[in-house]
Design a protein around this ligand. Structure first.
Ligand SMILES: [Zn+2]
Length: 209
């Protein structure tokens, strides 16, 4: 019995991806056999995502390393969810963990997984990827261009971020098709300069990707 008249504190939170993400997945082959194909899909999802208005121009996939099948797809949902953590990587990793029913995406007895992202992770997603159990990280590209183009801040990443992943058994493929990824960010910048998008911003100076 609750004798207090005070409302109970919020006790759960959630995040979902829009229905068009599933439609885009079905337009691609059921097995993604090359890194180029995986990056093509995340670039496509990133482009659609900022135009949809639910978040920034970022998307991520968790893919089975043996089958090439997508376990989960995420897009940035910060604006739609009101959650600062709802970056594409966190959304994809979390959906994959729900799909698998376990927190370790590298657990013995299940297919090893990789994370595919349309640019280098921010400092939050760097940690999230490291703790998720993935054994491979595929990036369309990396570097400061995204911060310059989009206004987002990726945070204080370690100088040797690739080495830190590899020390923990996570292979990094840092650059698959950077020009296609940059084209998405260029379009986003043009929309931003036209005042058509919100660069979500908790500190007044930009926020994480
Ligand atoms: Zn992030």
């Amino acid at each position: 019995m609750n004798a207090s008249s005070e409302p109970a504190p919020i006790a759960s939170f959630g995040c979902s991806v829009p229905g068009w993400v599933g439609e885009e997945l079905r337009a691609f082959p059921a097995r993604l056999t090359s890194d180029a194909q995986k990056v093509q899909l995340v670039n496509r999802l990133a482009e659609l995502n900022w135009r949809d208005g639910g978040g920034g121009p970022f998307a991520a996939l968790v893919v089975g390393r043996e089958t090439g099948q997508v376990v989960a797809a995420g897009v940035n949902r910060v604006l739609a969810s009101g959650l600062s953590v709802a970056h594409a990587e966190v959304v994809a990793l979390s959906l994959a963990q729900v799909e698998r029913g376990q927190w370790d995406l590298g657990a013995a007895g299940s297919e090893p997984t990789e994370l595919v992202v349309n640019w280098r992770t921010c400092v939050q997603c760097y940690g999230a990827a490291m703790w998720s159990g993935i054994t491979r990280l595929v990036l369309a590209g990396h570097g400061d261009e995204v911060e310059e183009l989009t206004g987002f801040d990726e945070g204080p990443m370690p100088e040797d971020w690739i080495g830190k992943f590899e020390e923990r058994g996570i292979e990094v493929v840092p650059e698959v098709d950077r020009l296609s990824a940059l084209a998405v960010f260029e379009d986003y910048r043009a929309a931003k300069e036209a005042g058509e998008v919100v660069v979500y911003n908790a500190r007044g100076t930009g926020t994480n990707v």
